[in-house]
Design a protein around this ligand. Sequence first.
Ligand code: PHE
Length: 339
Amino acid sequence: MLVRIKEMLEQVEHLTANSAEDIEALRIKYLSKKGEITALMNDFRNVPAEQKKEVGIKINELKQRAMEIINDLKQSVAQTDTEEADIDITRTAYPIQLGTRHPLTIVKNEIIDIFSRLGFSLAEGPEVEDDWHVFSSMNFAEDHPARDMQDTFFVEAHPDIILRTHTSSVQARVMERQQPPIRVICPGRVYRNEAISARAHCFFHQVEGLYVDKEVSFTDLMQVLLLFAKEMFGEDTKIRMRPSYFPFTEPSAEMDVSCTLCKGKGCNMCKGSGWLEILGCGMVHPNVLELNGIDPTKYKGYAFGMGIERIANLKYQVKDLRLFSENDERFLKEFEAAN
Ligand code: PHE
């Protein structure tokens, strides 16, 4: 009898079950009226009197243990059941969470797309630049305030190495390695030492354009920019040029577009004027052509430059520049539809 009890205990200790049905089958097998442990207990009356005490204790231990084990199995199966319930088997096997394109990338691509349809190709250059490509080759006088500490980030060990303040440096790099005809747009990040606020940041993004060829006029420039404005802001968009100054263009202008919100009637966004400034432009200064190895008696050019943030602000009415660099998912998700 003691041997049978021991064997049964061995068995019981190694029970496993995967489902509630398995467990019920085990309960029936061992503990029901016709179960094996119950049968052992029924045999108890045949145990000789001198063994009864020992056998009685062992058999009770066996029953106790069997009940415990079956209960434990029940609990663990119940747990896996709820875990299973949490698994959504209708989900795709590879749940690829698609991100959204950054609004500045969307606008940059749109600008590139418009100008590439007009025959401009893409040119890129380094963000850490030398003074020559950012300033000297662009006809900045030695004492021009833009070279000042307040505007430019210097790489400390090298007073000559700076973070580019505009992508005109890429224009310089194109001209030094290529003779006209030149037709490029230069998108990229630029840096200026400004206090960060809703309206200014220490870095932002630009797209600049350069066109150099034999017969190039200010009218060509205006025509291209009018087309750009219509493509970007809508067919009924108007442009106007206001005289301005840049060291690298002469004559220079700033271009406004009719307000994208009120269509020129005057509103809060355009401060009642009906116009919004969007870019700087002009005819490439002969000095710039010469400094970059292009003969200004043979060739002329125009150039323009715009801030991508500015265009995105006007298109999407983003009130705070800082939103563009904070990576707040709630902001980025708003551009899902524009992707
Ligand atoms: N480089 C100028 C800027 O950073 C923009 C510009 C480019 C103006 C080309 C005129 C012509 O502000």
